[in-house]
Design a protein around this ligand. Structure first.
Ligand SMILES: C[S@@+](CC[C@H](N)C(=O)[O-])C[C@H]1O[C@@H](n2cnc3c(N)ncnc32)[C@H](O)[C@@H]1O
Length: 286
């Protein structure tokens, strides 16, 4: 009897661990665990995903580039960029002559992103920062993308709001919504298609359209409402916003973006990654 109970207990424990760590990838345990797992898996990520370059172009690079055709040099933000899959798909497109900024909380994923986007160096910048506090001014980007990320953040709806905040009116939001067999095991993180649609419709967005994409994800497109003005690439120091105090802009001096509001400095690593994540939580200077 005792052995049977112990066996059942062990099975339940194994099922719980499988759910929390394999299906949910640590999302209910907080961003530290999610980041730990992505840091750990970073070197295997591309091998696990086996991205098909043709499909990446067809579903992501080409339609996104087309949607930005009217802007000579569009400015694009990819949230939870990982190994820089979206930047690569977009920058490969000859019709896209803009720049991309990729944000991620896993420092190791970003190291791979830098290496894999080397052919486009000079047109892409990677920033180490949590998607929950995007370090950019309001209404900055012509497109904001976020693929296979929302369900791994503490509050997906808050991240969507952040993305809409930094998207300029008339800009394109492209995100994914988790569907498929594992989605019911991600309560509060994955949403039924109609519920996801409603979340977006409550925000200043229009033309919300879902599109079949992968077994586990739909693609969802939307446009930010409001008066359309300008657009195009802007200098990074001008649009960066301190994730700790909200001050902007952040001029660059001696290899770091500097907040004149709270005194924090956000250094640029040797490989070009702008390191904000940990600095934002440290105490400000004097
Ligand atoms: C499944 S990967 C997707 C990466 C990339 N978008 C792609 O489609 O290949 C999820 C990514 O989200 C990142 N991520 C998870 N939570 C995050 C957060 N709170 N802020 C920024 N990035 C986060 C992870 O580090 C990881 O790189």
């Amino acid at each position: 009897m005792v052995w049977a109970l112990a066996g059942v207990g062990l099975l339940l424990l194994a099922a719980l661990a499988y759910w929390q760590l394999i299906i949910a990838e640590g999302t209910y345990l907080g961003p530290r665990v999610v980041t730990l797992m992505y840091n750990w898996a970073a070197s295997a990520y591309e091998h696990i995903k086996q991205f098909d370059p043709g499909a990446e172009q067809w579903h992501l690079g080409l339609p996104l580039a087309k949607s930005l055709d009217l802007i000579p040099a569009p400015f694009v933000l990819d949230v939870g960029t990982g190994t820089g899959r979206l930047p690569r798909a977009l920058l490969f497109q000859p019709r896209f002559r803009g720049r991309v900024v990729g944000v991620d909380l896993s420092r190791r994923m970003l190291d791979h992103a830098v290496r894999l986007n080397d052919p486009y160096a000079g047109r892409v910048t990677f920033v180490w920062q949590d998607a929950q506090t995007l370090p950019f001014q309001d209404d900055t980007f012509d497109a904001v993308t976020c693929l296979e990320v929302l369900e791994f953040t503490p509050d997906p709806e808050a991240v969507i709001e952040e993305m809409v905040r930094v998207l300029r009116p008339g800009g394109v939001l492209l995100t994914s919504n988790r569907i498929g067999p594992d989605a019911p095991f991600l309560p509060g993180k994955a949403f039924a298609p109609h519920a996801f649609h409603e979340i977006l419709e409550r925000l200043p967005l229009e033309d919300v359209k879902a599109q079949d994409w992968q077994i586990d994800y739909d693609l969802v497109w939307a446009i930010k409402r409001g008066t359309v003005a300008g657009g195009g690439v802007r200098p990074l120091p001008e649009v960066l916003r301190c994730p700790a105090c909200g001050h902007s802009p952040l001029p660059m001096r001696d290899g770091a973006y500097r907040c004149t509001g709270c005194g924090r400095a956000y250094p640029v690593a040797q490989n070009g990654v702008v390191e904000m994540a940990e600095r934002a939580h440290q105490r400000a200077r004097g």
